[in-house]
Design a protein around this ligand. Structure first.
Ligand code: SAM
Length: 252
């Protein structure tokens, strides 16, 4: 079926359930009616991160006020592994790529961390959220990742959740091969995991000492080459899903 005719899939904050009619906000109404040319009766899939995925039909098609009448549940909400990525913001396009790929790869929480060499201490939360929403809609996720406010590295591990393993992506070669580390994690069957990675200029020695001193941290190597931040994020998350995440089970 040509992509342009497949049902649109949109994230909405509203509760979803049998017989409900969902009003789309103006930006989504404009996208549905003006850009994608959908009209009354066309199918649309909605998800909200809580109630699974629902099919509905356009009940009213107006670029300012489109409504979708829900007809049936397509997929129930399912548990997803709790996978975090703590990343030092880099140049805008690379940061956008990190958020987009992390969303496609199932990250549940994204935390921008400010380090000594981080060249940006602010991120455009609204922009990153819209990138994450679009990537979640495209990748058939049933949730969107939580994007937290930027935090300094020294404060990022306060109240760290129990049984949440932290994997430090260390390009200086002191880490263990990621395949070995994640095989050990899988064998332990402990709760969940997080990766933390540095900026273009890497972590300072002081920062590496701080990370090494954390009782829940393990240093990890992604091989002998120095990867760009966006490559490192993508590579680590791919290894996680392939070795101990939801790529290990059959597609639901
Ligand atoms: N310090 C180097 C520099 O200034 O070019 C590299 C920084 S690298 C571009 C950004 C981050 O990606 C690093 O701090 C690390 O977290 C991660 N990274 C890059 N290559 C890696 C590797 N081979 N193993 C583990 N982590 C890596």
């Amino acid at each position: 079926m040509p992509v342009s005719n497949s049902p649109l899939r949109l994230y909405v904050p509203d509760d979803l359930g049998v017989g409900l009619t969902i009003p789309l906000p103006t930006d989504q109404s404009r996208y549905v009616v003006q850009v994608m040319r959908r009209t009354v009766g066309d199918p649309i899939l909605l998800f909200n991160g809580r109630d699974g995925e629902w099919q509905g039909e356009v009940e009213r098609a107006d670029k300012k006020a489109t409504t979708v009448a829900l007809s049936k549940s397509l997929r129930p909400q399912t548990h997803e592994p709790n996978l975090w990525l703590l990343f030092a913001p880099v140049k805008r396009t690379a940061t956008d790529l990190i958020v987009q790929k992390a969303t496609e790869l199932g990250v549940t929480v994204l935390v921008p961390v400010i380090t000594t060499h981080t060249n940006k201490d602010r991120v455009k939360a609204e922009r990153l959220t819209s990138i994450a929403v679009e990537a979640a809609e495209q990748s058939r996720r049933l949730t969107i990742p939580e994007i937290r406010a930027p935090i300094h590295l020294t404060g990022a591990f306060t109240n760290w959740p129990d049984s949440h393993s932290l994997y430090v992506l260390d390009e200086t070669g002191t880490g263990a091969p990621i395949a070995q580390v994640l095989a050990d994690f899988k064998a332990q069957q402990t709760g969940s995991g997080a990766f933390v990675m540095g900026p273009e200029g890497g972590f300072t020695e002081t920062e590496l000492d701080l990370l090494r001193a954390l009782p829940f941290s393990t240093f990890v190597s992604l091989g002998p080459r120095i990867l760009r931040a966006e490559t490192a994020a993508l590579a680590a998350l791919t290894c996680w899903q392939a070795l101990c995440g939801d790529w290990c089970s059959s597609i639901e």
